[in-house]
Design a protein around this ligand. Structure first.
Ligand code: HEM
Length: 146
């Protein structure tokens, strides 16, 4: 019996010092892969610049500076939240935000094309562009025709 207890104690001691299997490293979020806060802010600046430069939608973004600054902050939050950056979007729902604007399908298409130009300009990879577009495209129904 004493031998059995000693054996058990030995086994416990061995377990205590045995190296634990390494935790698999957490996969970096898309937010991190994009380059984090600085890169997402630069992306949103490029987005707003492209929207203001595209004659098909520019008049929509001819807003007072304070409104543009507010929009920029909400877009940063929205991208951060959607890409796993740990932010919380504090703005209106997409249907509320675009209510009364009667945005057309053609304007939405122009918005998406301007988004692609901006992403390309700041160096977002094709793979990441596709992921971001797959986040935006499902919002079409809440944005168009409200
Ligand atoms: C998936 C596509 C879109 C996303 C994710 C998006 C996102 C947003 C967000 C986050 C806001 C601010 C919400 C708030 O007030 O709390 C906003 C406002 C606005 N959006 Fe969009 N938007 C989209 C499509 C469009 C399109 C296609 C247009 C026009 C062509 C547009 C024009 C505007 C304008 C002008 C405002 C500001 C309204 C104001 O300050 O009075 N958006 N959008």
């Amino acid at each position: 019996m004493r031998a059995l207890v000693a054996c058990f104690a030995l086994l416990l001691a061995a377990c205590a010092v045995a190296p634990r299997p390494a935790e698999p490293p957490a996969a970096p979020s898309l937010y991190e892969q994009l380059g984090g806060a600085h890169a997402v802010a630069a992306l949103v600046d490029a987005l707003v610049a492209e929207y203001k430069a595209d004659p098909r939608i520019a008049p929509r973004f001819d807003l007072p500076a304070a409104d543009l600054a507010y929009l920029r902050e909400r877009l940063i939050e929205q991208f951060c939240e959607a890409t796993g950056g740990g932010c919380t979007y504090t703005g209106l729902s997409m249907a509320e935000a675009h209510s009364g604007m009667a945005i057309t399908p053609a304007e939405f298409d122009a918005f998406i094309e301007a988004t692609v130009r901006a992403m390309t300009r700041v160096g977002v990879t094709d793979e990441h562009q596709l992921i971001l577009l797959s986040v935006l495209e499902p919002m079409r129904g809440d944005v168009v025709g409200q």
